[in-house]
Ligand binder design. Sequence first.
Ligand code: PLP
Length: 427
Amino acid sequence: MTDTITNVTAPPSNKAAYDHIHEVVAGGVSSNMRARGVVRPLVVESASGCRIRDVEGNELIDVNMGYGPHIFGYADREVTDQIADQFGRGHLTGLPHRLDRAAAGLVAELVPGIEQLRFANSGTEALMSAVRLARATSGRPLLLTFEGHYHGWSETLLRRPAPEGDRPLPGAAGMIPEAAHHTIQVPWNDTAAVERVFAEHGAELGAVICEPVLGNVGVVPPAPGFLELLRLRTRERGAVLIFDEVITGFRVARGGAQERYGVVPDLTVLSKVMGGGFPVAAFGGSREVMEPLTTYEAFHAGVYAGNHAALRAVTATLTKIRSAPDLYGDLEALGAYAEARVREAATAAGRNVLVERVGSVLSMALLDDASAVDRAGHRAVQTACQQRGVYFHPVPDEPWFLSTAHTTQDIDTVAGVLKESLAQAPA
Ligand code: PLP
């Protein structure tokens, strides 16, 4: 049968469709993250609410939700209709639009640390620009980061830990080794390590960057007082504190993690929920910290940065968020319900599972007898769930993201499928 979207003969199964993609897309995906841990490929036909449909016609409840942007579910009409309308009005002119003021104004109204911002196309791009701006502001190149925190794939920020605990290494083949020399990395929530870095390198540190809730090695909230310590030491030593709120922004509270934990950074990076799934990101802070961009001394650009469709996605999403007074209370309650049901499923199946949650972001990882994460076992459970109509990421580092489109009945279905799959997986 000829596919009406692609105009080519549709492959009959997920596997065949995936292999077909591999012929012309390197590795079969346009993001390495999408290939991680895949046992049974899933090729999507469409998505709406909290459900995806694959090319075989199966319908699955999705709790990964495209890595988190869709707080109102897939294909939310209030958001997508406005984006479609903007396409009809011309979405890219390379000139300012009054949507620039409207979208930036909404972000600044909702996020405590932002007075001014710039828009970008992806989290990676906004983070790279934020670090460059921080270095321009502080005049110092040295950066403190935390193990396991993912800040995109740029030369500036993609790192892996050095085996001997020295400066971290470039994160992938082809990266410039010297770029990593300007980074110190310490474990998340390690107060003593942070104090050591400030004692030894305080005068050289230009910026400190973290995900205020670590969301890329499962969910790891900040230890009590940890964000406050980062705020105190950066202020004392004149380093710029950057929160990567790509996941947490408009997700763990209306004003993000900085509102939830009451610690306001100098620079904030946003993406995901801000655009309701449309590719858009932003970085911003006080007028003072944005000064090198006000004067154009620092450089940030992009043909597509802040295009009118992206800005319409922001105004549509944030207007909806602003006008939903119970949104975060409801998501908290749904998250708590899901956490309880996942824990019950593990107990009923007699399996040891690590569950962590902040609001509507939840992580679940199968543990082995030594209480270490059992990645192979987790993949087996994920595959079994997928076959039974529930999708989460095969790698336990990737959290579940709940949305207003998930009902408690959907969560009950997910928990039931998880229980069966856990019980069946080899111990
Ligand atoms: N920062 C965090 C915390 C993320 O989770 C991600 C992506 O998942 C990024 C940055 C990178 O964003 P993007 O994939 O839009 O470049």
